[in-house]
Design a binder for this molecule. Sequence first.
Ligand SMILES: C[S@@+](CC[C@H](N)C(=O)[O-])C[C@H]1O[C@@H](n2cnc3c(N)ncnc32)[C@H](O)[C@@H]1O
Length: 448
Amino acid sequence: MFYGAVPTACIEQVFRILDFSAWKAAYVCCSGSFRIERALKAKFPQLPVFGNDVSLYSSAVGYLACHREFNLRFEGALSFIEERPDVNSFFERVAALLVACDMARYGGRKNDYARKHFDYYVENFELFFNRAKDRLDRTIPEMPLDGYFCGDWRKHVKQAIESGAGILAFPPFFKGDYESQFKFIEDNIHWPAPDYDLYNPKMLGDIIDEVDASGAPYCILSDQLFEHRKPVLEYVTGRKVPHYCYARTDKSSVRHLYKAPEPFAYDPIDPAKLTAESKVQVVQAESRHMDFIKDIYLQKTIIHTTGVANFLIFIDKMLVGGIIYSLPKFPTFGHSTIYLLSDVTLCREAKLSKFIAYLATSNSLLDIVSKKLISRIDFVVTTARTHNAVSMKYRGIYELLNRREADDPAEGNIINYGSKMRAETPQEIYSHWYWPKYGKSYVQKRNA
Ligand SMILES: C[S@@+](CC[C@H](N)C(=O)[O-])C[C@H]1O[C@@H](n2cnc3c(N)ncnc32)[C@H](O)[C@@H]1O
């Protein structure tokens, strides 16, 4: 539900070179979706952690996580929430705010498409509200904060230095970016918003100099390079904006996550050889292996994006295809969502692409993704581009979430599909669903 979250792999890299167990406390600046806090609490449960942000979204969640509250009133386009009898306590108000943040994508726009989607959220508010409450029930216990400061991160830095704590900051890369992202929310929800001077990334060099001179331990992530200061860590994925880490540490780490596609030997699937007893195998894969497969079976011009988890799917040791998950794009449709970035199939026959798309919802795969992200996933969202009204691949197995015409009408429709996680193993999906529904009749026809 959030733009600009620090990549999990980057957090892992930071954890390898910084010894947080030596810190007295951690003051996290610009908490956003509290990824850093959650990772810190998972690895160093004893370390006192203090969050900070200026946004209503983070401040509401941050207050909830340290058992505090403030007044929050829904107004204007969101006043219907205020009238609901089930939105009373601070917890309920924060849950309603999470739904409102998803609605914000449509609330600020005046076209028919946006209006319809906004109305859909209003009509089905209870469903999204209940999901948001479940999500808070799951995530808040993972981030027991020792304090939260709703205000400018430069003040939080000062408080950290004064109390002898360490500083972890991931300030915005662009001036005013978050303020414009949260405009709809700020316009339609009344809350005691903090006063602060807009942060300009041009100030960062001086801020790091000050923090460094204070002697406090620190770790500041940025996309900027400075002439007089060397980053201790560099994190780059494909052609995305790099993340540099400035810190007080002797260790250093440079990680370019883009690796050239790496060929490997495999037997491609021959669907005519499938049987009712065929064995399905799912193997975690490196992104360079996925890129190799995508280079052969998808358009050559595709720029590879590294996923958070990749899987190769084999049936009877023949390679059927692959699945790549990435962090969800905004919005998350009110769930704990993972984005299915790619579900490539080696063979267009026998509805194998449907099999791979179905498999991407299996809890066997999503449990692995949840562990990697240190966050419980229960929903998969993906996007189909098609000239038809629906995508045949996802029809019947995913729910159509929304559809719009591409900006260039020649490109057809862009359709978002979603599915709940299924408590079915890949083998069960094959034996109980794919084989009786598609595989058997295909093999019978081929052998007739
Ligand atoms: C790059 S995000 C941080 C993401 C977060 N670390 C995560 O992984 O989810 C930047 C955050 O900075 C917050 N922010 C922007 N200006 C701020 C300021 N002056 N003081 C504190 N937080 C600020 C934004 O609201 C946003 O949540």
